[in-house]
Design a protein. Structure first.
Length: 394
């Protein structure tokens, strides 16, 4: 009986460990501290975005603070002020930002949790009894975990990629030594043929071992999709040897040398991931538009979407990347509308809001629904019908 191989991992694109669902569960399990709310902050810090040049994300944080409904209690006012100061001190010292930043802070309890991510988040701020983790859960649901096997006829390496970060498992496979030995002899051709035959058998044994190891490790690594990387010969043979259930998760192959550096592996894998995501988003938008036209539990357009949201019918909100709409929110029932007229549901006055999509997304989260921002061709297609729509419960 062969011993199980121990997985030893190392981060590739960052010296920080990859965020896990367990990290988020720990936040959810944190005991509520009486009269001590948590400040939850999600910031887009992507330096490729012109809006974040010269650390403008700190200004965004201050602006979000101004929109928080401040507590009447003076003690809580001071708590919120202290939490904000703690976050601002961190932002002042924050260097080398990635694409986004997540912070949870409760200064009165010396609680400060921070992660920077390699995927975008929508700017959000909450101050309430528990950490606001729903956007993190949504990110984890939206971004599937990829497994990558990089192999040739003699060696193999294993990676997982999640939320734009890569991790290598350094002891997942035991290298096989397959060599083409040069020997002399009276029958040199026959000798070479025998050696090559043995090398081929050894290479096949190696790939079979890789396939079996992957079958054992797939459950532990919990990846949703699998990419095969390496030589064309090795990836084709490995795909054939994989168990049927694992073979069904293969979404692409890429030619890479087995000694490729970890950043190159990430770069090539993300190309495939983007292609897969683009197809998935295009399928989603087409299904949404078709269902809406047939009136089969779907709507498109802002007016119909906001109405469905008010009726608590939205299961999945879908909108085009870059959509930024101003609107109103009722001061009484909190209904969202696209106009500045009195609330159509309770006739009370409304207040202007700068980001109607953000509030709509938060409402969907509160209803335990899903939010999907679509890009590229899918985003352009959705723009043809109003840039926004929703899949409905009923």
């Amino acid at each position: 009986m062969k011993p199980e191989r121990v997985l030893t991992s190392r981060a590739g694109t960052s010296d920080k460990p990859m965020i896990s669902r367990r990290d988020v569960e720990a936040l959810m399990e944190r005991d509520v501290q009486p009269d001590s709310p948590v400040l939850s902050v999600y910031l887009n810090t992507d330096q490729s975005d012109a809006a974040n040049i010269q650390r403008a994300f700190a200004v965004v944080f201050r602006n979000m603070l101004r929109e928080v409904d401040g507590p009447d209690d003076k003690t809580k006012q001071e708590q919120l002020k202290n939490d904000a100061k703690t976050v601002l001190r961190f932002l002042d010292d924050y260097r080398e930002p990635r694409r986004s930043l997540v912070v949870f802070c409760d200064s009165s309890q010396d609680f400060f949790w921070v992660r920077d991510l390699s995927v975008n988040v929508r700017n959000t701020l909450r101050w309430r009894d528990t950490p606001y983790v729903r956007p993190l859960l949504e990110l984890m649901d939206e971004h599937e975990r990829y497994g990558v096997v990089l192999t040739d006829r003699a060696h193999a390496r294993l990676f997982t990629i999640f939320l734009g970060e890569i991790e290598e498992y350094t002891e997942a496979f035991v290298d096989s030594d397959v060599t083409h030995i040069k020997t002399s002899g009276t029958d040199h051709l026959r000798s070479q043929m025998n050696i090559q035959r043995k090398a081929d058998l050894h290479a096949r044994w190696h790939l079979k071992e890789v396939a079996q190891t992957m079958s054992r490790l797939a459950g532990n690594l919990e990846f949703d999709r699998l990419i095969l990387a390496g030589t064309v010969e090795a990836t084709s043979e490995l795909q054939r040897l994989l168990p049927k259930a694992l073979r069904a998760r293969v979404v692409g192959k890429v030619a890479l040398p087995v000694e490729a550096n970890i950043s190159h592996v990430l770069e090539e894998t993300l190309k495939i991931e983007r292609e897969v995501e683009q197809r998935r988003e295009s399928d989603l938008v087409e299904q949404l538009i078709t269902a809406a036209h047939k009136k089969q539990n779907a709507v498109v357009g802002l007016e119909h979407t906001l109405l469905a949201l008010q009726e608590w019918r939205v299961w999945q909100l879908v909108y085009s990347e870059g959509l930024n709409l101003r609107g109103s929110q009722c001061t009484n029932c909190e209904a969202l509308t696209a106009s500045d007229e009195p609330c159509p549901y309770c006739s009370h006055a409304v207040r202007a809001v700068n980001d109607l999509i953000q509030l709509a997304a938060e409402r969907v989260f509160d209803l335990e629904g899903k939010v999907e921002q679509v890009r590229g061709p899918a985003g352009a297609r959705l723009k043809e019908v109003g840039s926004i729509g929703a899949v409905l419960h009923f």
